[in-house]
Design a binder for this molecule. Sequence first.
Ligand code: FAD
Length: 485
Amino acid sequence: MASQGPVNPSHAMFDLFVQAQTCKDVKHHFTQLCRQLEIDPKDFGSFYAKLKERLNYWKAKALWTKLDKRASHEDYQQGKACTKNKCLVLGAGPCGLRVAIELSLLGAQVVLLEKRETFSRNNVLHLWPYTIYDLRELGAKKFYGKFCSGSLDHISIRQLQLVLLKVALLLGVEVHTGVEFQGLIEPSGENGWMAKLQPRSHPAAAFQFDVFISAGGGRFVPDGFKHKELRGRLAIGITANFINRHTAAETQVEEISGVARIYNQKFFQELLNETGIDLENIVYYKDDTHYFVMTAKKKSLLKKGVIKQDYNDAEQLLAPANVDYEALCNYAYDAADFSTGGGLPDLQFAQNHAGRRDVAMFDFTCMHRAENASLVKERRGKKLLIGLVGDCLVEPFWPLGTGIARGFFAAFDAAWMVRSWGNGVPHLKVLAERVYQLLSQTTPENTSKKYAAYSIDPRTRYQRVNLSAIQTHQVQHLYDVEKTH
Ligand code: FAD
C-alpha cells in the first residue's frame, strides 16, 4: 500500500524536522523547511510568527498551541521584555538550550555556540516531576513520542538535547555547531562586546552582545568567575550503556531507580560475594539504551584489576593510563548483569562517540561550584551581563540525579535576571537580585508543587526566596569596570 505521507512539501519537511534523530539532520531539515517557506531564520523577531502563518499544517498547529501558551505568560511581556538585548549563549547542552529558549521568549536576539557537531551522550538523566511537566509543555512528546510515557522519569542526554534544539530553532534561536568559544573581546572603536571564536572567520564572530550566558558544562569557567572545590570522600562513578533491542524479555526487567547501600545491605553483600564487585549504590534506567550508573569502592576496583596502581590522589588514580579498559568493561558488565538478575539477555555494550564500548569512570571526589552566578563587566562605557547556568554553576553528582532539574532552575533564574536587565533595572540591583544560594539545596520535596504556576520568576519555584535580601553595596565586587585615569 502506498504510504499516506503529506503531499505538501513543507508539511513533509516539517515531519522530517520533527522526527530527525541527529543534530546534523535537525539543522538540515530546519534549513530546508525555512527555504521552502521562504522565511529567513535570522529574522528572529518575526521568525516564529511567520512560520506559524505559513505552515498551515495540523501537526504543526498542535505544537504552536503549546508554544503559544508558554509565550503568553505575563513574564515575557508579550515577547517585548528584552527586544533590545542581544544574548550569546555558550553550549548546546540541555541547560544552554533551555536558557536560549527562555531568552528568545523574552524577545531577545539569541545566538548559541556549540563546539561539537554531534549529540552523542547515551547517558540518561533523571527528571523531577516539574522537569517532565516543563518539557511536556514545550512539546517534548511531539518530538519524541516515548517521552516519559507511563511512570518513566528519565531521558537520554542526546534525546533531551534534540528536543530542546528543535524548540530553540522554531523560536528563532540562531544555533551554530562546530564553533568553539575562546574568550570575550572587549569593546573597541564602534564595536561592542564580541567573542573570540575558532574558526576565527566564523560569521558569529561579528555578533555584538550585551548578555553572555555560559552553559559550557562542568569544566568551563569563564573569565572573572571563581570556582569553589567541595572535596568529599573518594567517590568513583561508573556509567555503562548497553544496546536496548526492546524485546519482550528486556521490557520485563525492572528498572532500579536508585539503591543505596544503606537501604539494601543484602543486595550489595550478595553482589560482593558472587562477583567481587563492591558498590555504594546503583541506578538502572531503560531508555534508548540500558543505562547503569554506580559508585564503586576503590578496593574492589583494585582487586578486579580495573585500577592498576593505588594512589591517594584521585586524578592520578583514575588517569586513563592507570585504568584497564577491558577490566572496566567486565566490571560494569557483571554489575549490570547481577543487578538485573541476569534478565537482560545478550547484554552488548552500546557505542560511545568514539565508536568504543560505552563505559566510563568518573571522579566525584571533588565537585566544583561557582562562587557567584553572575557579574557585570564594563569597558568603554559598554556593559556586559554574564551569567552561569547548569553544570558550570553547580556540578551535579550524577547518581543522585539532581543535575538537570537544578540546571533548568538555573536557566530560569538566569532568564529572570536578563529580563530585569532588559527592563532597565540598574546593574547592581540585577546582580543583587540574582544572589540567592538556594539551588544546591533544592529537592522535589522543598520546591513548590504547583508546576503549572512555575515561571522564570524565582518566587514561583523556590518556597522561600527574598529577591531584596541582598543590598547593592554587597555585590559591588561583581561589577568589574575599568579604572579611568
Ligand atoms: P553540558 O551538558 O556538559 O553541556 C555543555 C556544552 O558546552 C557541551 O555540549 C560542550 O561541548 C559545550 N562547550 C563547552 N565548552 C565550549 C566552548 N569553549 N565552546 C563551545 N562549546 C563549548 N548527568 C547525569 O545525571 N547522569 C549521567 O550519567 C551523566 N553523564 C554525563 C557524561 C558526560 C560525558 C558529561 C559531560 C556529563 C554527564 N552528566 C550526567 C551531566 C549532565 O550531562 C549535565 O548535568 C546536563 O547535561 C546539563 O549540563 P549543561 O547543559 O550545564 O552542560
